[in-house]
Design a protein around this ligand. Structure first.
Ligand SMILES: *Cc1c(COP(=O)(O)O)cnc(C)c1O
Length: 379
């Protein structure tokens, strides 16, 4: 059996180990927030935003940001149907309803026309998820938000390293949320970040994040509102600091892996990959191939080929509206169609060139088989 190729795992060097060890050894007492503050400062500088709060997850950052934005019972929050559940669950926890709209066939992100059609008097927010590093059309979404007075939230969990007309993903909306889960480009094991340029929203989330205790409150153990407990630990933040020192290397490597795939798959008929439109840069969190509907290759065929070569494939997200707890939305035709002919390719930092060649050979063999079959079918 050939050695297994995993689709993702974090890149941990001596630097992460050194910082985490330092935090575990001496990062207590008056030093118990040192790495957290440093991590937040580094993240703000990287993103070009004014405020950042480290959290235990992206889900927690979204939950607090939405709560502080006033999302509550009876409200609607518009988001793409193609999505991870973490974007929708905070909406449900707050008593509001996620409204799932279709995606664009090229970016696999929110279709602005469908967003505008879905706006009602109850719409409280629109969440832009930059899927797999691909960027949403932020100009259009921000214009819709402006027109109807609805904030745009950026779920940038998958988009560290992605840049839209000079602005980093996560820095353009009312607030942004990031994930440092073990699968993400920057990882602290579990973790997240809330970012914003809105000072009032920042103060509200800061209070919520501290069990509802306002910064101005002088009484001890005296919450002013019922808040949340979504804090990051100093040890996790220490790992985060090391990752932020290496951020350019981490993103550059993702891009290298992506381009090695595209050059290895060049010239194959019926295949598309993550787009990178003019004036944008894709962080390529998940290099993804989509087989054309005109050819008879499906995700399942490639999955089988991967399995026999001991390679991990990763499912393209199924529409959230196909899950049992939500109403189905079969009119979201792109979201319903893509998963059966799309797959994420392995892309972790330490992936070796020869391992990537194995993945490329697998995709090529599957496509060659059907491209040949297709030619034979021609009259
Ligand atoms: C990973 C991910 C999340 C959740 O991140 P956690 O840190 O696990 O809460 C949210 N949204 C998207 C789009 C993600 O990919």
């Amino acid at each position: 059996m050939k050695p297994r190729i995993y689709y993702t795992k974090p890149s941990i060097t001596q630097l992460e180990i050194q910082y985490a060890t330092d935090a575990a050894t001496g990062g207590w007492g008056e030093k118990c927030y040192e790495y957290i503050v440093r991590f937040e400062e580094m993240f703000k500088a990287h993103l070009g935003v004014q405020y950042a709060i480290a959290t235990s997850s992206c889900t927690g950052a979204l939950h607090m940001g939405m709560a502080a934005s006033g999302v509550g019972p009876g409200d609607e929050v518009i988001m793409a149907d193609t999505n991870w559940i973490a974007t929708a669950s905070p909406v449900v926890h707050l008593g509001a309803t996620p409204i799932f709209v279709d995606i664009l066939a090229d970016s696999w992100c929110l279709d602005p026309c469908q967003v505008e059609k879905a706006v009602t008097s109850r719409t409280k927010a629109i969440v832009a998820v930059h899927l797999y590093g691909n960027l949403c059309n932020m100009d259009r979404l921000l214009a819709i938000g402006e027109k109807y007075g609805i904030p745009i939230i950026e779920d940038a969990a998958e988009a560290i390293g992605s840049v839209y007309f000079g602005k980093r993903a996560g820095s353009m909306g009312r607030f942004g949320a990031f994930s440092f889960h073990g699968t993400k480009t920057v990882s602290t094991g579990e973790g997240g970040m809330f970012v914003t340029n809105d000072s009032q929203l920042y103060e509200r989330v800061l209070t919520l994040s501290n069990h509802g205790r306002a910064r101005s409150q002088t009484k001890q153990f005296w919450p002013d509102v019922v808040g949340y407990k979504y804090k990051m630990s100093n040890i996790q933040a220490a790992i985060g600091c090391a990752q932020m020192e290496r951020i350019d290397e981490l993103v550059t490597r993702k891009r290298e892996i992506f381009f090695r795939y595209t050059s290895g798959l060049e010239g194959l008929f019926g295949l598309t990959v993550n787009p990178e439109p003019p004036n944008t840069r894709n962080g390529y969190w998940m290099p993804t191939v989509v087989f054309s509907s005109k050819i008879a290759v499906s995700r399942d065929v490639l999955f089988k080929a991967f399995q026999s070569d001991n390679i991990d494939g990763r499912d393209f997200f199924s529409p959230l509206s196909t899950l049992p707890m939500f109403a189905s939305q079969p009119d979201n035709v792109v979201a319903y169609d893509l998963p059966r002919r799309a797959i994420n390719l392995p892309s972790y930092h330490d992936l070796k060139p020869e391992e990537q060649e194995r993945v490329i050979a697998c995709v090529r063999s599957v496509l060659h088989a059907t491209n040949n079959a297709r030619e034979k079918d021609l009259p």
